[in-house]
Design a protein around this ligand. Structure first.
Ligand code: SF4
Length: 170
């Protein structure tokens, strides 16, 4: 499995605008999922190592720019209003914690808006995945840190989906 080390979170120019347009990102997610489902199995047959490395680097670049992706390897962006939960200083996957300030900011970093307040607000603007924020997520599997979430999803390594949950058909 190809892995990358964990990176420090950063705020890229324009990324806040993107994150505040969750419907646009939702469409991008659906299109990406279809393309990757079609293209990746073929690429892996031809050049397995290169295909996986390309996926890891692409996620680092694209999701790193747009979402401050921390490469957890188990992406739940579409379940959290296209807001990366790993940017929560407590790394909560089922936030928010009890410490959200009256102004909606983070308990740990007061100048930062609470990731989970943003996730809830943005999720409610989504068309297809708005309800997925109610899915209870299992604890993050640190063994997948630095690997490709898309590859993990396709390989069935990412077993985050709770039993009984019916995914949205695409
Ligand atoms: S949930 Fe994981 S894979 Fe998705 S953007 Fe956040 S750190 Fe990256």
């Amino acid at each position: 499995m190809v892995r990358t080390p964990m990176k420090e979170a950063r705020r890229a120019p324009g990324s806040e605008w993107l994150k505040n347009h969750p419907r646009l990102l939702e469409v991008a997610y659906i299109v990406s999922k279809r393309l990757i489902k079609l293209g990746y199995p073929l690429a892996r047959k031809l050049a397995p190592r290169l295909a996986e490395r390309t996926m890891v680097r692409s996620e680092e670049l694209v999701k790193g720019y747009a979402f401050n992706c921390q490469m957890c390897g188990q992406c739940i962006l579409h379940s959290t209003g296209m807001t990366c939960p790993m940017n929560c200083p407590k790394n909560l996957r089922n936030g928010p914690c009890g410490g959200v300030r009256a102004n909606g900011h983070c308990e740990v970093i007061p100048e930062m808006p609470c990731v989970w307040v943003q996730a809830w607000e943005r999720s409610q603007r989504m068309l297809i995945y708005a309800d997925e924020i109610q899915v209870v997520q299992p604890p993050v599997n640190r063994a997948l840190q630095g690997s490709s979430a898309w590859v993990n999803m396709l390989d069935g390594v990412d077993t985050r989906t709770p039993k009984g949950w019916q995914p949205v058909e695409q």
